[in-house]
Design a protein around this ligand. Structure first.
Ligand code: SF4
Ligand code: FES
Length: 412
C-alpha cells in the first residue's frame, strides 16, 4: 500500500520560507492556532517578503513571479526600501526575506541589508547566486547578512540549466563553496517536480557536500509561470511515494548534521496548506514597485485593490486596507469551510488556487478532499498519472516525451 502523503506545510513557496529564528517545522500535522482571528486583534506581520526586483538572469519554468512583472523603472528607491524596513520593525516584524527576481540585480543590496539589520530585522537572502562574487559576498557578510538560501534547479548541470533557461549550474557550485566558508546561515533550496525527482538522492548529497546546514526540497507550487508549465511539472503518485521514502531515509541518516525539509505538492494532499499562514495573518509581501500584497499571486484576484507603500504607512495597509482584510478571519468562508473543524488550521487553503481552479477566490480550495470541486484536482492528477514520463536530458529518465517549456522572460 502507498504511504500517506502528509498534510502540506503551513506556508507556501520556495521564495517565502522562514528558516530562522522562528521557523515552524514543515510537515507535521498542524496544531489549532488559537491566535486572534479578528482583524482588529491582528498584530503586525511576523515576516516581510521584500521582492526588491523582478529582474533576473534566469528564466525558470516554475518561477512564482507574476506573468506581468514590474520594470526596473518602477522599482522603489534605496531610501524607500529603508523606510519600509524601519516601519516593519516598528510594527513588530522580525525577519525580512530579500527576494526577487534576483535580489543581486540591485546594486544597492548591501546597503539594504545593512539598513534592515540596523532596524533589528533578521535578514534572509533568497538568491540564485548569479552575480555573487567573492567581494560582494564579503560585503554582504560585513553588512550583517544572517542567512542565505541558495537555489539549485537540479543536481546535474544539463537538466538544471534546462529548467533555468540559462547556463548557471557551474557558477552556483563555485559560489556555494565560498558561502560555506562564511559565518552565515546556509540553506540549499531545490524545487522538485516530475522532471528532476529521479535525482533526489543526488540533490541531498550535493547539499551535504557543499557544507549547507539545511536543505529545503520543495515541490513546485502552481502559480505564475509554474501554472503555465503545470502539465510537464506535476509528479506522478509513484514518484511522490518514492521521494517520501528517500526523504525519510535521509532525515534518519543526516540527523544532527544536515536538516532536511520537504514540502509536498498540495495537489496530492488530503487537506490544503494554510497558504501564507493564513491571509493577512503572518506575512506581507512588497513587490518591486511598493505594492503590498497578502501573497505572491494575490494580483490575480479580480476587483481587489492593492495599496502602495509610497502612499500609505505599512501599519495602515496591514490593519485597515481592504486587500488585507478581504480573507482575514472566517467571515468570508463558504461551506464546507465555514463549519469545518480544520478552519483554524488551514484557513480554507489558498485563495488564489481556489480562484484558479474553481473560479471563485472565496471557495474552499479544491485541493481539499472535502471540497465540492475536488474532482477538478483528481481529474488533473488522473491525466498526469496516465501520461508518459518526460525527458529532461538525463539517462536516468525514461525518454518518451520532451516538454515544450514556457520560460519566464526578463522585465524591461
Ligand atoms: Fe480546510 Fe475548508 Fe477543507 Fe475544512 S473544508 S479542511 S477548513 S479547506
Ligand atoms: Fe495562496 Fe494567494 S497564493 S492565497
Amino acid at each position: 500500500m502507498s504511504p500517506q502523503v502528509p498534510p502540506a506545510r503551513p506556508e507556501r513557496s520556495r521564495r517565502a520560507s522562514l528558516p530562522a529564528p522562528f521557523e515552524q517545522s514543515r510537515n507535521p500535522e498542524p496544531q489549532p492556532d488559537r491566535g486572534p482571528q479578528n482583524a482588529a486583534c491582528i498584530i503586525g506581520p511576523l515576516a516581510l517578503i521584500a521582492e526588491i526586483t523582478h529582474r533576473c538572469p534566469l528564466h525558470c519554468v516554475y518561477c512564482s513571479n507574476p506573468l506581468e512583472m514590474k520594470s526596473r523603472a518602477a522599482e522603489l528607491s534605496t531610501a524607500q526600501w529603508i523606510t519600509v524596513f524601519e516601519q516593519a520593525a516598528k510594527l513588530g516584524t522580525m525577519q525580512v526575506d530579500l527576494t526577487g527576481g534576483e535580489p543581486l540585480a540591485r546594486i544597492d543590496l548591501t546597503e539594504l541589508i545593512a539598513a534592515a539589520r540596523a532596524a533589528k530585522l533578521y535578514t534572509n537572502l533568497i538568491t540564485s547566486g548569479i552575480g555573487l562574487t567573492q567581494e560582494r559576498l564579503n560585503a554582504l557578510a560585513h553588512a550583517g547578512l544572517d542567512h542565505i538560501q541558495l537555489s539549485f534547479q537540479d543536481s546535474a548541470a544539463a537538466p538544471a540549466d534546462e529548467f533555468a533557461g540559462a547556463n548557471a549550474h557551474e557558477k552556483k557550485l563555485s559560489i556555494a563553496a565560498a558561502i560555506a566558508k562564511h559565518r552565515i546561515g546556509f540553506t540549499l533550496n531545490f524545487v522538485v517536480h516530475r522532471g528532476n525527482l529521479a535525482r533526489l538522492d543526488e540533490m541531498i548529497a550535493l547539499a551535504e557536500n557543499l557544507g549547507a546546514q539545511r536543505v529545503e526540497i520543495a515541490h513546485v507550487q502552481y502559480y505564475g509561470w509554474a501554472a503555465e508549465n503545470r502539465s510537464a511539472l506535476l509528479p506522478t503518485r509513484a514518484q511522490l511515494d518514492r521521494s517520501l521514502e528517500i526523504i525519510q531515509a535521509a532525515e534518519a541518516r543526516l540527523r544532527g548534521r544536515l536538516r532536511v525539509e520537504y514540502v509536498v505538492p498540495d495537489y496530492y494532499a488530503r487537506y490544503p496548506k494554510a497558504c501564507m499562514g493564513g491571509w493577512g495573518r503572518k506575512l506581507m509581501l512588497i513587490d518591486p514597485s511598493g505594492e503590498a500584497l497578502p501573497c505572491h499571486a494575490a494580483r490575480t484576484i479580480p476587483n481587489l485593490h492593492f495599496e502602495n507603500v509610497t502612499k500609505h504607512s505599512l501599519e495602515w495597509i496591514w490593519q485597515e486596507s481592504e486587500s488585507f482584510q478581504k480573507f482575514r478571519g472566517e467571515n468570508w468562508m463558504q461551506e464546507p469551510c465555514r463549519t469545518c473543524d480544520r478552519r483554524t488550521l488551514d484557513f480554507g487553503g489558498c485563495r488564489c488556487q481556489a480562484l484558479m481552479l474553481a473560479g471563485d477566490a472565496a471557495a474552499t480550495d479544491p485541493v481539499c478532499s472535502l471540497s465540492p470541486k475536488h474532482e477538478l484536482v483528481t481529474s488533473i492528477l488522473y491525466r498526469v498519472n496516465e501520461s508518459p514520463e518526460i525527458d529532461t536530458g538525463s539517462s536516468q529518465m525514461a525518454t518518451l516525451v520532451r516538454p515544450s517549456w514556457i520560460y519566464r522572460p526578463n522585465p524591461s
